[in-house]
Design a protein around this ligand. Structure first.
Ligand code: NOJ
Length: 555
């Protein structure tokens, strides 16, 4: 413990010294904090996101099979306060109401995911197709389209059918490639006449590292140093197979696009004049984003991953690298399987070199030989890991442009949470976060990055995985203690609505009035929420909340 504290102190001191001594990159020098007034290209699309397990609830309703998240959250001690997604926001029942919320914000698109076991309860297409599940997604898709909201659909946002985990070991097993392909093919067949944007996987880094390395997420396995690499290998192959399935079987008829959504923090060298820090920051990002993006865009794992994991495996006396290898045939099959890149981004880290001796054992984290640091001055209003560092977003977007041939990018997730038990709907910090991050995205577009759309995470407060309901990312507050799960707009709803209707930040005078105007509308919502809570605490079940909360117009 003492060693840890001293090490941490050393890191903070070094960080403070280095930050004050270092020079910025030229291309951000004048604009790192300056606000850029301007608008987005015509046709830029604005949306909000969700995922099935985090919002739908109805975990065992209408023939849905069990997912690894149902099983994981039902085990004691896995989730904050042993909460589960059993009912969550009841999105399964309330999607019409939620579409009204989207309409009022004038969203152009809505990103959601399809629960694999809701459609294929055992995971296998050959066994049984749950038509009731299909009907639910048809209703959602049709109503979105009737309201001119484009569906962007994720096929896998972490809820693998539990049967596939139990029988085959989930993503450790290569057979998932074909099973996932069958499921995706069914989705193309049933929904593809109306869905034109498909995302195969959401944040495979998290599936691999948190699911199979640290075990914080379902299926909760701790296969250190090997599990994450194997899971990722199979996920990349599954992604490529699904892209080919669409390309050969559906594209000419349906004319849609298939991409993947990768999430990455930006990694900035602590000292930009120190070669070891520069290389450590490069490794940080290559082990994060590059792990998936490099095979998909360039045909193989990043060289630095092959070098580091290969060398460490050798030092550990292993005959082969713990990082699996793609054959030449596989490389060319995988390369180029992305019509657009979905990008999720929330935060940034400073990075410095740190050697991990092989004696501490195998692990993905140790393979990188680096330490992550944060600037104590960075705002961190919500989740422990989430510091607001807007300039990192622009750098990440430029990194994607230069490394992967300037692909078409849809930002599929970006947002900020608030701390446990916060019931303040006047979310000043979220408005600031959106303003600054969206502005950095605008600067990136001016740099030439090909960003086509932005998706705020998330439409509603929802089940934040192992953190349960303690971290709220929503534009809308959900009162989870009330059985009707009413939604209340936070001030950021108004703020985001203004960004959307102006397609950016038109001029200083106007933008500066947005926060004040948005705040004016939230104090009444605060009062209503407080009154509803008092009422339900007084023993009466609250049921009178109006179905769609009015989103006020310009004041
Ligand atoms: C990324 C995940 O895809 C999403 O499900 C999660 O809620 C956000 N990160 C925030 O942690």
């Amino acid at each position: 413990m003492l060693r840890w504290c001293l090490l941490r102190l050393y890191h903070i001191v070094t960080l403070v010294l280095c930050i004050s001594a270092r020079e910025d990159f030229d291309w951000t020098k004048s604009e790192r904090t300056a606000f850029f007034y301007g608008t987005f290209p015509t046709g830029f699309t604005w949306g909000a996101g969700s995922s099935a397990y985090q919002t739908e609830g109805a975990w065992n309703v209408d023939g849905k099979g069990m997912s690894i998240w149902d099983a994981f959250s039902h085990k004691k001690g896995k989730i904050f306060q042993n909460e589960t997604g059993d009912s969550s926001c009841d999105g399964f029942y309330k999607f019409k109401e939620d579409i009204n919320l989207m309409k009022e914000m004038k969203l152009n698109h809505y990103r959601f995911s399809i629960s694999w076991p809701r459609i294929l309860p055992s995971g296998l297409k050959g066994e049984s197709i749950n038509e009731k599940g299909i009907k639910y997604y048809n209703g959602l898709i049709n109503m979105l389209l009737e309201n001119k909201i484009t569906p962007i659909v994720t096929l896998y946002h972490w809820d693998l059918p539990q049967v596939l985990q139990e029988k085959y070991g989930g993503w450790q097993n290569i057979s998932m490639v074909n099973y996932f392909n069958d499921f995706a093919n069914l989705c193309f067949e049933r929904f593809g006449s109306r869905v034109k944007y498909w995302i195969t996987f959401n944040n495979p880094w998290s599936i691999a590292v948190e699911g199979y390395e640290t075990g914080e997420h379902a299926p909760g396995l701790k296969m250190k140093g090997t599990g994450a690499y194997r899971a990722a290998h199979h996920i990349i192959k599954a992604h490529a197979k699904v892209w080919h399935t669409y390309d050969t079987g559906w594209r000419s008829k349906q004319k849609g696009l298939v991409g993947i959504s990768l999430t990455a923090d930006w990694g900035e060298p602590v000292d930009t004049s120190n070669q070891r820090d520069i290389e450590a920051a490069e490794r940080y990002i290559q082990f994060y984003l590059g792990w998936f993006a490099t095979p998909i865009f360039n045909g193989d794992y990043p060289q630095v991953m092959k070098d580091y994991i290969g060398r460490k495996s050798g030092q550990q006396g292993l005959g082969a690298s713990r990082l699996p290898v793609f054959s030449a045939q596989e490389k060319s099959y995988i390369k180029g399987t992305c019509d657009f890149l979905g990008l999720g981004h929330f935060t940034t880290r400073y990075v410095t070199q740190k050697n991990y001796p092989s004696s501490i054992g195998d692990s993905y984290l140790a393979d990188r030989d680096l330490a992550e640091l944060v600037d104590p001055k960075w705002p961190d209003p919500g989740s422990e890991w989430l510091y607001s560092v807007p300039w990192g977003f622009r750098r990440l977007l430029n990194f994607v442009k230069s490394q992967y041939g300037n692909p078409m990018i849809y930002v599929t997730e970006n947002g900020v949470s608030e701390k446990t038990l916060c019931t303040d709907l006047c979310d000043d910090w979220r408005m600031q976060y959106f303003k600054d991050y969206i502005n950095e995205m605008l600067k990136a577009i001016k740099d030439g990055v090909n960003v086509k759309g932005y998706t705020a995470w998330s439409l509603l407060d929802n089940f934040e995985w192992d953190e349960g309901y303690s971290e709220r990312f929503g534009l809308y507050y959900v009162d989870f203690r009330n059985k009707n799960k009413p939604r209340y707009p936070k001030a950021s709803v108004q703020y985001y609505k203004r960004i959307i209707s102006s397609n950016g930040f038109p001029n200083q005078r106007e933008v500066e009035s947005w926060k004040r105007k948005s705040i004016e509308t939230c104090s009444s919502s605060n009062q209503l929420l407080a009154a509803a809570r008092r009422k339900s605490q007084g023993g009466q079940e609250h049921s009178g909340m109006q179905k769609t909360w009015p989103v006020h117009d310009e004041v």
